[in-house]
Design a protein around this ligand. Structure first.
Ligand code: SAH
Length: 496
């Protein structure tokens, strides 16, 4: 296969990144934007030893699973990969991806998986699900400000204020910001020259409360913080955004507007949010709920993107944890403590572990806000905090044994009564768990392990280890947190 060869090919499968896969004389081609069942014409763009990448040039016969995309930019935009695939087919693709990884990497048999895998949890309405979006600002060829999304793997902005994955109110907000910028000639930030003010707009929406936050990320440093540091008088504080009153006046007309803020980011960086922010109008946060528990979400808070599916996912974790009320539970990689607080309602004691100190501060604040007091949070790496805790526990236990042996009245019952932990929930980032953490989990012998994963390949690897060390895989269920993309979340239940 040579570069620029044009081939006709039937698409037989979908790769992990959403590209269609078809074969010419047994040689596989990866073709973006094609889907299973399509007959396409494609031009080879890169040929490797055992496979090639080709560009879709023509759909000769459309697949029965092909649907018209809701967004006219679906192919250019880096956000969606499989918008042209019927939603049911997307779910099937994700389910298969999980099962393939569990068989290939995890070594689980197809028969076992057929028995224990529950149907993937999809969405009834798989659009407008994102409760948070960050829109970059740029300039079109006529010098006018634009906003939209980056094209795949670049920083080229595709002007579009109406992304169908986001909430509908995004468009109204973005149009207000653009009109304001045009009226007062406020420029978008230019990454190459470092000039221009407006970098990004962060919009957050509380699905249950309908509260809205707009946070403009600007190319300026926080002068008020500087003046605080240098003890300058308050009057020296500069107005960061010209005519900001008019912008605020327009934005607050939108029903549900709760918080308007600016984030200061003068750095030459791909990181979107600056380190500090200032509230321009209203509160510094919006409130939303998951399963009846309230959360205050500020511009920098981590919060699950798809509220509807998050509730289903946490419901599944709760179901798999099968709590009766007397259990001690560990929630490793707990973020802002959402799973911990959800489980605390049904457990005796929950311990959460998270590496990001700000997230733990949020977790503690959220526990207080909801008057939940049977949760303790630790800042640190799960693979360090848990082994240390276990080591201390063992030392204490040894001490007690020694004392009991010395004593005439041995009180075995006391030791036996105390359970180290009943359930461990793990929700690691894509790379999965460190071996040292899995080893400690096995030693702690929880009755149940509930593994929440955003990468079924590392999930499969970790489940293999746990199943070789005393656990049995009992249930697996995928949840579609990100329709139109190739991502899939999985919950697995292991029992000792
Ligand atoms: N369970 C949470 C968040 C899961 S995302 C929720 O449902 O919202 C994974 C989390 O793991 C992130 O918050 C990340 O900061 C944290 N993390 C990453 N590496 C970690 C480590 N080694 N130890 C503990 N937490 C870690």
């Amino acid at each position: 296969m040579q570069k620029n060869d044009v081939v006709k090919v039937t698409i037989e499968d979908i790769g992990v990144n959403g590209e269609g896969i078809g074969k010419v004389d047994g040689f596989p081609l990866f073709i973006k934007d094609s889907i299973t069942g399509d007959v396409v014409e494609a031009k080879v763009i890169k040929s490797k030893k055992s496979y090639a990448y080709a560009k879709l040039t023509k759909i000769v016969e459309p697949s029965p699973y092909r649907v018209p995309p809701k967004c006219p930019y679906a192919r250019q935009c880096g956000g969606c990969q499989i918008q042209e695939m019927a939603y049911q087919k997307q779910l099937e693709f994700k389910q298969n991806k999980v099962i393939n990884n569990l068989t290939r990497i995890g070594g689980f048999s197809a028969e076992l998986l057929a028995q224990i895998t529950e149907p993937i949890v999809g969405m009834e309405e798989p659009f407008h699900y994102r409760n948070k979006a960050q829109f970059p600002f740029g300039t079109d060829k006529d010098g006018q400000p634009i906003t939209g999304f980056y094209a795949g793997r670049t920083h080229h902005i595709i002007a579009n204020t109406d992304c169908p994955l986001g909430v509908s109110v995004n468009q109204e907000i973005l149009e207000i910001i653009l009109a304001y910028m045009k009226k007062y000639q406020v420029a978008s930030h230019d990454e190459t020259t470092g000039k221009g003010l407006i970098r990004h707009a962060l919009i957050r929406y509380g699905v249950h409360t309908k509260e809205i936050m707009v946070c403009l990320v600007i190319n300026a440093s926080n002068e008020s913080e500087k003046s605080k540091e240098s003890n300058e008088s308050k009057n020296s504080k500069k107005s960061f955004i010209p005519h900001k009153e008019t912008l605020i006046e327009e934005l607050v007309k939108i029903k549900g507007m709760t918080s308007i803020a600016i984030s200061f980011n003068p750095k030459n960086t791909n990181v979107i949010m600056g380190d500090s922010y200032e509230v321009l109008w209203g509160q510094g946060y919006i409130t939303d709920t998951i399963g009846g528990i309230s959360y205050q979400i500020s511009p920098l808070s981590f919060y699950q993107i798809n509220s509807i599916q998050t509730e289903k996912l946490y419901g599944l974790v709760l179901e798999y944890a099968a709590l009766q009320g007397h259990e001690t539970v560990w929630d490793l990689y707990c973020g802002i403590g959402t799973i911990s607080l959800f489980l605390a309602q049904k457990a005796k004691q929950v311990y959460g572990v998270e590496i990001v100190p700000e997230a733990v501060a949020d977790a503690k604040k959220n526990a207080k806000l909801n008057r939940i007091d049977n949760v303790t949070f630790f800042v640190g790496k799960a693979e360090e905090v848990l082994p240390e805790y276990y080591k201390e526990y063992r030392l204490k236990e040894d001490d007690e044994h020694r004392q009991q042996e010395d004593s005439e009245h041995r009180r075995y019952a006391e030791v036996g009564d105390r359970t180290l932990c009943d359930v461990i929930v793990i929700d690691p980032p894509r790379k999965g768990c460190e071996g040292s953490l899995l080893k400690t989990i096995v030693k702690m012998e929880p009755q149940r392990i509930v593994y929440v994963s955003c990468d079924s390949a590392t999930l499969a690897r970790d489940l293999k280890y746990l199943c070789e060390n005393g656990y049995e895989l009992k249930k697996v269920r995928a949840t579609d947190m990100f329709p139109m993309t190739v991502h899939v979340e999985v919950v697995a239940l292991l029992i000792k």
